[in-house]
Design a protein around this ligand. Structure first.
Ligand SMILES: Nc1ncnc2c1ncn2[C@@H]1O[C@H](COP(=O)(O)OP(=O)(O)O)[C@@H](O)[C@H]1O
Ligand SMILES: N[C@@H](CCOP(=O)(O)O)C(=O)O
Length: 322
């Protein structure tokens, strides 16, 4: 099998659990990570950007481990790698940094050895590693992903995001790991709560697939995880309750939090009011938050052409400022 000299890939962030779609419905967002992977004499890492603090620089690094799982699966040996990564996706905030790292590593490693694994296999491997398909599906395929996972295989349908949909995220200045945010969830829920979520997830998917933004306010609520996680994010309960009165189509915890995400109809021009409301509520609770306006990202993981005369960092600088 041919091992290429090097590959560069770009991967979007994602929001999991979109509205009522707990562990099911994800959307790719216009915030990115870039990875360069090359075979090397000795493994070395170059991590750039404010978001990479604390990431291991040895073979326990997630990107390295995931790449090796691709090589094992394909029956190829590439034991030593030079890995460069730059990311604008904040760590442990509910915007899918781990999913983007897993997908980026799988995709880059597969490209490096001539893409012997198909997308479906990469999706299964990514879901097994992440534990749920919504984040990794969105980062791999882009757009809005509705997915099921049977423990060994993930199946999905990709929905093209409505063109008028904007996304506001409020990213609190504290981390909340997915593992910690899963500990507060109950083992079982009532039939009533299950029906509450099933009906809204069905309506939300149909509304997104048919450009019916007007139905989103009736379909974004959740009873499977948000009520239990609410105590971990001061101000969240009020934001979930009142954001639609301040111009959001709907609001949700992004992934396992602490980021809060609002869906907005661009034509309504409610940006300033909504932003002030979200920030005001969080500030009242003593929480500093970064507010970012994003768009749904229609592209998933993408291989970039390597321009021989440009370094990894030059490419990133060009992309980030574009
Ligand atoms: N580029 C990366 N390289 C190595 N590990 C990463 C990378 N990005 C994320 N991770 C791991 O994923 C963890 C965050 O995952 P998680 O708690 O699921 O939050 P989220 O995915 O929402 O950011 C980080 O603490 C780190 O261990
Ligand atoms: N469905 C998962 C989603 C975790 O997403 P992340 O972006 O916070 O890693 C959950 O809610 O536990």
């Amino acid at each position: 099998m041919i091992v290429n000299e090097g590959v560069r890939v770009k991967v979007p962030a994602s929001t999991a659990n979109l509205g009522p779609g707990f562990d099911t419905l994800g959307m790719a967002l216009s915030l990115y990570a870039w990875i360069e992977m090359k075979p090397a004499e000795k493994t070395v890492f170059h991590l750039y950007g404010d978001q990479m603090a604390g990431i291991p620089l040895d073979k326990s690094n997630l990107i390295y481990e995931v790449a090796q799982s691709v090589f094992r699966e394909a029956g190829v040996m590439v034991p030593e790698l030079e890995i460069s990564m730059y990311s604008d996706i904040p760590l442990t905030r509910g915007l899918g940094s781990s999913a983007s790292a897993i997908v980026g590593a799988l995709f880059a490693a597969n490209c490096l050895i001539g893409s012997p694994l198909d997308e479906s296999r990469l999706f299964d491997m990514a879901t097994a590693l992440e534990g749920h398909p919504d984040n990794v599906g969105a980062s791999l395929f882009g757009g809005i992903i509705t997915a099921v996972w049977d423990g060994s295989h993930a199946e999905y349908l990709r929905i093209e995001p409505p063109t008028e949909l904007d996304v506001l995220v409020a990213i609190p200045d504290f981390q909340l790991s997915t593992a910690k945010a899963r500990e507060v969830l109950p083992e079982a829920v009532s039939l009533r709560d299950a029906v509450y979520n099933v009906s809204r997830t069905s309506l939300l998917q149909a509304a997104l697939a048919s450009n019916r933004l007007d139905l989103i306010p009736f379909a974004m609520q959740d009873r499977l995880h948000q009520p239990y996680r609410s105590s971990l994010i001061p101000g969240m309960a009020r934001i979930l309750e009142e954001a639609t009165a301040h111009g959001a189509l709907g609001v949700a915890l992004s992934g396992a939090g602490p980021t809060l995400l609002a869906l907005v109809d661009r034509r309504k021009q409610t940006e300033a009011t909504l932003e002030q409301f979200l920030l005001g509520v969080l500030n009242e609770q003593g929480i500093v938050a970064e507010m970012l306006w994003l768009k749904p990202c229609t592209l998933g993981a993408t291989k970039l052409t390597i321009e021989e005369d440009k370094s990894f960092l030059e490419i990133i600088k060009g992309e980030v400022s574009a």
